[in-house]
Design a protein around this ligand. Structure first.
Ligand code: SAH
Ligand code: SF4
Ligand code: F3S
Length: 462
């Protein structure tokens, strides 16, 4: 088998990062090995995001930039295939080939187990609509994926739930990812065991609504419930030898059940950080967004989480300029942020997405108003993040050292609270959890020094 080179560029959320790794897995048996250089590639795969307008426009400009590479390959008598996968592929389908004829293959997030077949046909010279696959198949792709071709490093992602039935009025995810579905618990545990065997000390469970997880219970759990919720899954993962840290993302406030809240107080491996998007602090806007909860419901959930785990760091997503948002709605958002106190958060200008209910409403907020509100939000959230980082000065925190930092001799990792931490440390500490004293606080990160390195036994788990 000849080796061919695969270049993948990933946009969007962590689930796309996970999916990209799995697409590399399904292509490995065809002889494709990953490359970092698109110029060397025989297949370029863009794994795309449709969540906001800019996200999808980026894809088309990227394909435009790749065209000369394709032409250069052809001039050399080589074939360079371009595939567009992910949520833009799902949303736009054949339209992509029409707008960008350089694209050979289009496939949605639920059909990538069929990618090898599409690639084989494209390699054989087939072109056109036959190479567009945006089905929502009855079978689950997870039943057809090969085992991971390589380890996923010290901090690994694991998809456990996909799709969404919530239909927030601004959001494309229910359309691009399809209906909500959970992977069977036994399948998740088997993948987690392999990730740990491959060196993972931390696993982040992924789902568009991960806390709505309700996977089929393992067969040996006969007599127990037919399905497991996320709390049960987290507790089972906490039993895995060598798995030191568990996280999950993204959660919906309405699915934050008692058992999961309790797990935050009881499962030591569950990290004290939670991304819990609220979008707005105004009940009127939350209702228009179809979020199914009020601002005070969210406050109450946060309160209960902090009763269970007092040092829990919170993160969120906010949208400014949702149709109909007035100054006093926005003020409610600022008030909620003040009440909760975030360790970090993301904020976005509302972007009308084709086919979503909110896109068609009359009361669109003018761009300058959106920009002004976004700037105010950034300022407030930035100040909160800075305050959070400063409050960790002088503390000793366990940091999972995940990668080489920009400067030689330094490593970068995450604190339990998801802070980005840089330390001077030798490479042999890569993939270990070191005790770090926090010495410097910056707006988006902290710096520290290693005060205790892990025992060799822990390091050799890698
Ligand atoms: N499932 C998650 C988030 C999915 S999308 C949840 O329910 O919270 C990630 C974030 O993108 C959302 O939380 C929201 O803040 C933002 N987003 C989604 N659609 C958007 C749109 N049309 N315009 C602006 N931001 C949007
Ligand atoms: Fe989108 Fe809402 Fe579903 Fe999150 S819960 S993915 S924001 S529809
Ligand atoms: Fe984007 Fe799809 Fe994720 S739209 S945010 S890549 S689910």
């Amino acid at each position: 088998m000849t080796t061919k080179k695969l270049y993948i560029r990933t946009y969007g959320c962590q689930m796309n990062v996970y999916d990209s790794a799995r697409m590399a897995d399904v292509l490995a048996p065809l002889g494709y090995v990953p490359t970092e250089l698109p110029e060397l590639a025989d297949l370029i795969l863009l794994n795309t995001c449709h969540i906001r307008e800019k996200a999808s426009e980026k894809v088309f400009s990227e394909v435009g930039r790749l065209r000369p590479l394709k032409q250069a390959a052809e001039a050399e008598g080589r074939r360079l295939l371009i595939a567009v996968a992910g949520c833009v592929a799902q949303a736009e389908g054949e339209e992509i080939q029409r707008r960008a004829p350089a694209v050979d293959i289009v496939l949605g997030p639920q059909t990538y187990h069929r990618l090898p077949e599409l690639v084989r046909r494209a390699e054989g010279g087939e072109r056109g609509r036959g190479l567009v696959d945006t089905d929502f198949p009855v079978e689950s792709k997870f039943d057809f994926l090969p085992e991971e071709a390589e380890g996923r490093g010290p901090a690994a992602f694991l998809s456990v739930q996909e799709g969404c039935d919530k239909f927030c009025s601004f959001c494309v995810v229910p359309y691009t990812r399809g209906a909500e579905a959970s992977r069977p618990a036994a399948q998740v545990l088997a993948e987690a065991r392999r990730l740990v065997a491959g060196g993972a000390l931390e696993i982040t469970l992924l789902g568009q609504n991960v806390n709505a997880y309700h996977g089929e219970a393992p067969a040996q759990a006969a007599g127990g419930p037919a399905s497991w919720n996320l709390a049960r899954l987290v507790r089972a993962l906490a039993e895995l030898d060598g798995l030191e840290r568990i996280r999950y993302t993204t959660s919906h406030p309405s699915d934050m059940d008692d058992e999961l809240i309790a797990a935050h107080g009881e499962v030591a491996q569950l990290m004290p950080y939670l991304h819990l998007p609220v979008q707005s602090g105004s009940d009127r806007i939350l209702a228009a967004m179809n979020r199914r909860h009020a601002a005070d419901d969210y406050r109450r959930i946060v309160e209960r989480l902090r009763e269970a785990r007092p040092d829990l760091a919170l993160s969120s997503d906010f949208i400014v300029g949702f149709p109909g948002e007035r100054d006093r709605d926005f003020a409610e958002t600022l008030r909620l942020i003040g009440d909760v106190g975030y360790a970090q958060a993301y904020s976005f200008k509302y972007s009308p997405r084709p086919g979503t209910p909110a896109a068609g409403t009359a009361e669109q907020v003018p761009e300058p108003v959106k920009a002004e509100r976004l700037a105010m939000l950034h300022q407030l959230l930035g100040a909160q993040q800075q305050a959070f980082n400063q409050a960790t000065l002088g503390r000793r925190l366990p940091v999972l050292l995940e990668r080489a930092a920009k400067h030689p001799g330094q490593l970068n990792g995450r604190s339990p609270y998801m802070q980005s931490v840089t330390v001077a440390a030798p490479d042999r500490l890569l993939g270990t959890v070191a005790e770090v004293e926090i010495l410097e606080s910056h707006p988006n990160s902290v710096k520290g020094r290693v005060v205790a390195a892990p025992q060799p036994a822990a390091a050799s788990a890698a």
